[in-house]
Write a protein that binds this ligand. Structure first.
Ligand code: C2E
Ligand code: CA
Ligand code: CA
Length: 627
């Protein structure tokens, strides 16, 4: 029912105005009591100019709205105040019925205006004469809203009047209901919008967390790779990738705890951030590893940045109350046409090269490094196969008495004839085995083989080289002693050779291992002496029997007086500390003479014999015995 129809008494219908804002569906839904929608209790006011009008209309209104508060007033102002009193009781001002028949039109419109201003949402019914078009026009001008202005035509027909009032009241209720539903909907929408906003914020937080590092707040590896990918895909300046790794960071974690390690990482992160040029990116890629992306400037620009980074990393810092100083190594890759993965791989390779070359330095990736790395990888793989398939061989080089050239012992030296690369120097593959850890197994094989061979010679001692990692292994002394027992070689015929780093890297463990070996009667020689930095007096507190003076001194001994004097004073010092001395790498008769003059007791070098197989050692020894 979209149209309110009010019939005039004469019987011809006059249409009031369209219900523009109320849909049919909602109107009918509202009209059905089963819907269970609670009707707002409303108040209706009759503004009657004359008592007769009140008498005629009031019963009709009460009949039309039996459940509502219906009242009658003489004027609009009275009606408005009455309605506002009703509001306090929770009744909404719904209907104003004007019956000012007989009054001047101006009177009607001014009263109407009063009501309309106070309650612009109310429904207004005006009793008017069918011929009174001036009243229609005047009222319409006041309200300006034809959809809430209804005329009841006089003379009044009770049934139609009641119906008109009911319909209008219904329309009013429905409008309020719709209004409330709209408001609810708006609140619901506002709520949803808030939820969406919150979800978005949470998503942003999650995204941020996925790309950033908890400890330092800078980008993590994921964020770094994304950033690098984005930069490479943009058509702009080529990029430089730096991989930075702290040297010996593990020692800080191990000795001061992880809290201190974290603190150090945070501080160093801040320090590096301070020297990265604007537009550059710093990320934490892992424990103590950082990544930097900077636009390629000149080579000089990059290297001076690296120098600065190394400098700030190496500053000494107070961490958990301790003075801590570490250094860093940096690998650099410069963008050619490489993908982000390739760039990072190159920077990584350069970083490992920097570490190998002694740490606290930067290294630029280049094709040679790539080749070297591939070679290295093939050696790494080859070493394991070599051990499994017996490709290693031992050779022995004599150590002789300086006075008469009599053989005192033999140094055991490993050899590897690789199927892929031919003969590879132990100076090359031992450090690789050391890095991969395979040296432990290779070293075991060497020790067992050397001891077995020594058993056959029946006389001279064997001198076995132990690498740093091998020597710092738990129970290394017990191992050697067990192998000696297995091979049935008396400990008096065994010497081990160590470099000073093997002692200095872990003084306590070294001290223990040396004591166990010495107590069992094994001799200990300090290899490559003179190439390190430790003082002999300091080293003497560890159980050492012999120093092997490095070939680099022997090489110069005939050419420059200073080398000869160094060897002479070292030898003297060693003897006064109770150690014996071997000079290595003696190649000429002249060298032998000078060394003899310095007081050196034992010599080793090509002059007395190159390394040979165990079988050859046995043959020579037999020849000597026969002579
Ligand atoms: P190193 O322990 O200083 O061994 C001496 C090296 O000098 C040996 O090289 C030896 O062949 C060489 N040499 C000896 N006399 C002369 C000479 O008169 N002139 C010249 N030019 N060289 C001479 P090699 O066998 O190539 O070994 C190199 C290094 O590899 C060794 O230096 C040692 O550090 C390591 N190494 C060799 N064998 C073993 C091993 O069985 N175990 C461990 N851990 N390291 C080993
Ligand atoms: Ca040696
Ligand atoms: Ca040596």
């Amino acid at each position: 029912m979209g149209i309110v129809q009010v019939q005039v008494s004469q019987g011809f219908p006059i249409s009031s105005f369209a219900l523009s804002s109320v849909s049919r569906a909602s109107l009918s839904a509202f009209a059905t009591p089963e819907t269970g929608l609670a009707s707002p209790t409303l108040s209706a006011v009759l503004i009657a100019g004359q008592a007769a009008a009140a008498r005629e209309l009031m019963p009709l209104l009460q009949q039309a709205l039996p459940a509502e508060a219906v009242s009658v007033c003489a004027s609009a102002s009275e009606g408005v105040s009455q309605v506002s009193a009703q509001r306090l009781l929770g009744r909404t001002p719904g209907l104003f019925v004007f019956d000012l028949r007989g009054a001047a039109l101006g009177e009607l419109t001014s009263q109407l205006q009063l009501v309309w201003r106070a309650y612009p949402k109310a429904e207004v019914l005006v009793v008017a004469d069918v011929r009174d078009s001036a009243t229609f026009a005047g009222c319409l001008q006041v309200t300006g809203a034809p959809d809430r202005l209804t005329f009841i035509l006089a003379p009044l027909q009770p049934r139609h009047t009641i119906e008109a009032v009911r319909t209008v009241a219904q329309r009013y209720r429905l409008a309020r209901e719709t209004e409330r539903a709209d408001a609810d909907e708006r609140t619901a929408i506002d709520g949803l919008e808030l939820q969406i906003q919150e979800l978005r914020a949470r998503l942003d937080i999650a995204k941020h967390a996925a790309r950033h590092d908890d400890l330092t707040g800078i980008l993590n590896r994921t964020g770094f790779v994304e950033e690098l990918t984005a930069r490479l895909s943009r058509d702009r300046q080529p990029q430089n990738v730096l991989m930075i790794d702290l040297d010996r960071f593990k020692a800080v974690n191990d000795t001061l705890g992880h809290g201190a390690g974290d603190e150090l990482v945070r501080k160093i992160c801040m320090a590096i951030a301070g020297v990265i040029p604007s537009g550059g990116v710093l990320a934490r890629l892992g424990g103590d590893e950082f990544g930097v992306i900077v636009e390629a400037t000149t080579d000089q620009g990059v290297t001076s940045l690296c120098t600065q980074i190394l400098k700030v990393c190496a500053q000494s810092r107070l961490i958990s109350g301790h003075e801590v100083q570490v250094s860093a190594s940096i690998g650099i890759a410069q963008q050619s046409a490489a993908s982000e993965i390739e760039l990072m791989r190159q920077a990584d390779l350069a970083l490992y090269a920097a570490k190998r070359e002694g740490r606290n330095r930067y290294r630029l990736f280049d094709a040679a490094l790539d080749k070297a790395t591939k070679y290295r990888l093939s050696i790494e793989g080859g070493l394991e196969r070599a051990l499994r398939s017996g490709q290693f061989k031992m050779v022995y080089q004599p150590i002789v008495n300086a006075q008469d050239g009599a053989v005192l012992g033999y140094e055991a030296l490993v050899r590897w004839d690789s199927p892929e690369h031919g003969a590879i120097s132990p100076a090359e593959f031992i450090p690789i085995a050391e890095e991969t850890g395979l040296i432990l197994d290779i070293g075991d094989w060497i020790a067992r083989q050397a001891l077995k061979d020594c058993r056959r010679w029946n006389g001279p001692y064997v001198s076995i080289n132990l690498s740093v990692r091998q020597f710092l292994r738990h129970n290394v002394a017990e191992r050697i002693l067990r192998y000696a027992a297995d091979a049935d070689v008396p400990t008096s015929r065994i010497q081990i050779e160590l470099t000073e780093t093997a002692i200095i890297d872990d003084v306590e463990r070294a001290d223990h291992n040396l004591k166990v070996l010495r107590a069992a009667g094994v001799r200990v020689a300090l290899d490559d002496f003179g190439t390190g930095y430790s003082s002999l007096v300091y080293l003497n507190q560890f159980a050492i029997d012999c120093i092997k003076i490095d070939k680099s001194f022997v090489d110069n001994i005939t050419r420059d007086r200073q080398s000869a004097m160094i060897v002479a004073s070292l030898t003297k010092l060693a003897y006064s500390l109770g150690m014996t001395v071997v000079a290595e790498g003696v190649e000429t008769e002249d060298q032998r003479k000078v060394l003899l003059a310095t007081g050196c007791g034992a010599l080793q070098g090509y002059l007395f014999g190159k390394p040979v197989t165990s079988r050859e050692v046995s043959t020579r020894l037999e020849d000597q015995r026969r002579d």
